[in-house]
Design a protein around this ligand. Structure first.
Ligand code: IPE
Ligand code: IPE
Ligand code: MG
Length: 230
């Protein structure tokens, strides 16, 4: 069995609202605790020998359906998170990148995102990607339109892959927390041969210890990519 090194980890962080509800708290408290978990997991990944990038689903193109107050809270939380995280990124040599249509965000938030991307672009231990106003279908559609605009004909899979926004495109392992077993329009192109792991843990309770167990489980997967293992 050939061991495939885990280079791109993708995470659907789910269960913030249920975590807060179980504790009799407002959903926003779940998002706040969830943001702290992103920090822990990111720092952990930056010390991992093979993980090059970790992509977190932070806000989907469908999340605009939530109450205005929750959406506005998430935007403020993101702004605060990035402001605070810059020091962590620099201390741990982490590059930050956003994917998704951030043009829908306030100018202040767009400026913050661009500032942190620019300030961390030379960092090399890990790329932390936040999917913000992200949808897999929207990303593929934008890529195809970009190729058409360039006059490209007979579009190949490689053309589409290179027109996508994600720097490390194929996901090796996708984790979703909270017991839900669905993709929710995440990285549709990039997960074509990803291994999936569904955890019952609500995201605010997710720990590096559990991640360690999941990475160990991944090492025992037999990834055949359509071939046969001798
Ligand atoms: C995930 O937690 C965070 C975001 C989608 C922003 P949820 O807010 O979806 O939590 P649940 O699924 O309602 O528990
Ligand atoms: C997916 O979680 C999106 C993010 C984690 C940002 P949701 O909670 O929004 O997804 P559904 O509604 O359960 O599919
Ligand atoms: Mg959810």
């Amino acid at each position: 069995m050939t061991k495939q090194p885990l280079q791109h980890l993708a995470i659907i962080m789910d269960g913030n609202g249920r975590w807060a509800k179980q504790k009799g708290l407002n959903r926003t408290k779940g998002h706040e605790k969830g943001a702290e978990v992103i920090r822990d997991i990111t720092t952990y990944c930056s010390t991992h020998p093979t993980i090059e990038s970790v992509t977190f689903y932070a806000f989907s193109t469908e999340n605009w359906k939530r109450p205005k107050m929750e959406v506005e809270f998430l935007m403020r939380l993101l702004d605060r998170y990035l402001q605070h995280e810059l020091a962590t990124y620099q201390a741990h040599d982490i590059r930050f990148k956003a994917i998704g249509n951030i043009e829908a965000f306030s100018q202040k938030l767009q400026d913050r995102i661009q500032h942190v991307e620019e300030a961390t672009k030379e960092n090399r231990s890990l790329t932390q990607i936040l999917a913000l106003n992200y949808g897999g279908r929207a990303e593929i559609t934008a890529a195809v339109n970009q190729l058409i605009a360039k006059g490209k004909r007979d579009i190949t899979e490689a053309d589409i892959s290179s027109a996508l926004q994600t720097p490390y495109r194929d996901v090796d392992l996708l984790i979703r927390t909270s017991g839900e077993e669905r993709i929710s329009n995440y990285l549709l192109w990039q997960i074509s041969y990803a291994e999936f792991y569904f955890s019952q843990t609500l995201w605010p309770d997710f720990t590096t210890t559990e991640l360690d167990e999941i990475l160990d489980d991944f090492q025992h997967r037999n990834r055949r990519f359509g071939g046969i293992n001798e």
